[in-house]
Design a protein around this ligand. Structure first.
Ligand SMILES: Nc1ncnc2c1ncn2[C@@H]1O[C@H](COP(=O)(O)OP(=O)(O)OP(=O)(O)O)[C@@H](O)[C@H]1O
Ligand SMILES: [Mg+2]
Length: 505
């Protein structure tokens, strides 16, 4: 089964590839899987739907935005939950393993229990190398067969192209993705030429999303009373009620009603315009940011004219709030502001579209892409990307001679674990654009491990007496990459043909 998975701050959404359709998977009847991790003092962990079920129970603590922690994290980063320290990567792997389990056993996806899952996954356009690698590694460790890792706006733009292909023309090849999620706002301008799509610029507001609308509406319904007057649990319950009422607002809604029983008060009622007026100041900065993106003087010295933009595409759960499309339309006109019919699922659907019909896209464009490896830095605290063959590297012109690149260093671990990727752009030295992983390569630096057939199951540790290592990359004119690793003293040699994690059609 092929699936697109949008691992979001508040929800994780999965869309299937099903004979030209991209249905969104429901879990216990709901189209999204909560991005929640819960732990109790006894050290029990729950993830997703199971974590949501215990979130109000005494003794349980909840980690709400695990995705947010990844941007700054390294492989050793820990978080404290219910009085215990957990490695962030372990929590994320546990979370994704439960998602995989629920996909098999608790969803309407009709997956047979042993069926492998080929996944396209995504990260925010401005995600760090570390976030990309940690996300990728956790999906693989959880048992997914990761075929591609895209930027979220690139995926959303594929959903746009799938629905509104005819609007993208040679004169109008830009699409502006307006993604308002639970906790973040991202705006990205994409250039869509044929099957290629490039993020030209992506900017965001880190702490702006549907959660802030909830807070603003909560202040409105509680007007006059001090937050200190009520206990946190009651306030949380009321906030959930407010969020549910907000999500039920449609373009035709006139009245806004809130059940105030969590705080022992009579129901609250007002006109929906009053709700819009407390939320509009939150939408204003997003409009200013769109304006900046369209008129960024740093970009190739020229603006993208509004006439070159095929459409503004409104995605993300909070993009479903009618006020958002209304404010965008009053500034940019009715015609080119399009709201995804399933705003919360646009990214996941776009990932499924990518797997289905666009699979040749980018993967065939080898050395118009960067090829490199993630390496550990700062003694395990961080990750850096080392580009090995850059996009503009000139390949030998005769079509026969391979390109050869060498690297030498002293090994710092007992096992070399090489995570190779290719990507369409580097920004500040980080892989950007669409990133494609290769199968990981494992190499025994410790002579005692040379004959082990199960290197993948051996603990990887730092190692003081590591040998000297030479990596020799041979890039064939066809684009195939082979790496030969040699350690000295002793001259132990192994050659690997690099392969992609799955064969794309
Ligand atoms: N129909 C709707 N109208 C208004 N708001 C909605 C609607 N549906 C969902 N939301 C809000 O959207 C938010 C969640 O959006 P989404 O699922 O896109 O976020 P996410 O992908 O998890 O987060 P992020 O993109 O920030 O990582 C919540 O605040 C939710 O209340
Ligand atoms: Mg999202």
């Amino acid at each position: 089964m092929r699936v697109g998975i949008d691992f979001g701050t508040t929800h994780t959404v999965v869309a299937l590839v099903d004979r030209g359709n991209y249905p969104v998977v429901s879990f216990d009847g709901v189209d999204a899987w909560p991005s929640l991790v819960a732990a109790n003092t006894a050290g029990e962990l729950r993830f997703g739907v199971d974590a949501a079920a215990v979130r109000h129970e005494p003794g349980w603590s909840v980690l709400r935005s695990i995705k947010r922690l990844l941007n700054e994290a390294g492989p050793q980063t820990e978080v404290n939950l219910a009085g215990r320290d957990y490695r962030l990567t372990d929590l994320l792997t546990g979370f994704l393993a439960q998602l995989k389990n629920d996909l098999h056993h608790r969803s309407n996806g009709s997956l047979t229990p042993t069926e492998p899952i080929e996944a396209a996954i995504s990260v925010p356009a401005n995600a760090s190398s570390a976030q990309r690698l940690l996300t990728l590694d956790a999906f693989v460790a959880a048992g997914f067969h990761v075929v591609a890792l895209l930027n979220e706006p690139s995926a959303a733009s594929l959903e746009y192209a799938h629905r509104y292909r005819s609007t993208i023309t040679a004169k109008r090849e830009y699409v502006l993705i307006y993604d308002l999620g639970g906790g973040t706002f991202d705006a990205s301008l994409l250039k869509m030429t044929g099957h290629a799509n490039e993020v030209v610029i992506s900017e965001g507001i880190q702490r702006l999303g549907g959660d802030d609308f909830d807070e603003a509406i909560l202040r409105l319904v509680l007007a006059g009373s001090q937050p200190t007057e009520m206990d946190t649990a009651a306030r949380d319950l009321l906030k959930e009620e407010v969020a549910a009422r907000k999500e039920a607002v449609g373009p035709q809604t006139r009245r806004f009603l809130v059940d105030m029983s969590p705080v022992d008060r009579p129901p609250f009622a007002c006109g929906v315009d009053e709700v819009y007026s407390v939320c509009a100041p939150l939408v204003d900065p997003t409009m200013e940011l769109l304006d900046r993106i369209l008129h960024d003087p740093a970009r190739d010295g020229r603006d993208v004219a509004w006439s070159e933009v095929a459409g503004i595409y409104v995605v993300g759960g909070a993009g479903g709030f009618p006020l958002v499309a209304r404010m965008l339309r009053s500034t940019f006109g009715d015609k080119r502001v399009k709201r995804s019919p399933l705003p919360f699922a646009a990214t996941a659907i776009g990932l499924a579209v990518f797997l289905d019909s666009e699979a040749d896209f980018e993967l065939s464009e080898r050395f118009s892409r960067h090829f490199g490896v993630f390496r550990e830095a700062e003694a395990g605290a961080g990750v850096v990307f080392d580009p090995i063959v850059c996009k503009d590297a000139s390949l030998p012109a005769d079509g026969r001679t391979p390109l050869v690149v060498r690297r030498t260093y002293r090994a710092a671990h007992n096992i070399g674990h090489f995570r190779f990727v290719e990507c369409s752009r580097l920004v500040n030295g980080r892989p950007d654009g669409d990133v494609t992983p290769y199968d990981p390569v494992l190499f025994p630096f410790d002579p005692a491990l040379r004959d082990r057939g199960d290197l993948g199951h051996q603990p990887v540790g730092r190692w003081k007496d590591g040998p000297d290592v030479e990596e020799r990359y041979v890039v064939a004119p066809s684009g195939a990459v082979e790496v030969t690793l040699t350690t000295q003293p002793g001259g132990f040699v192994r050659t690997f043909q690099l392969q992609r994690c799955a064969t794309a059609r």
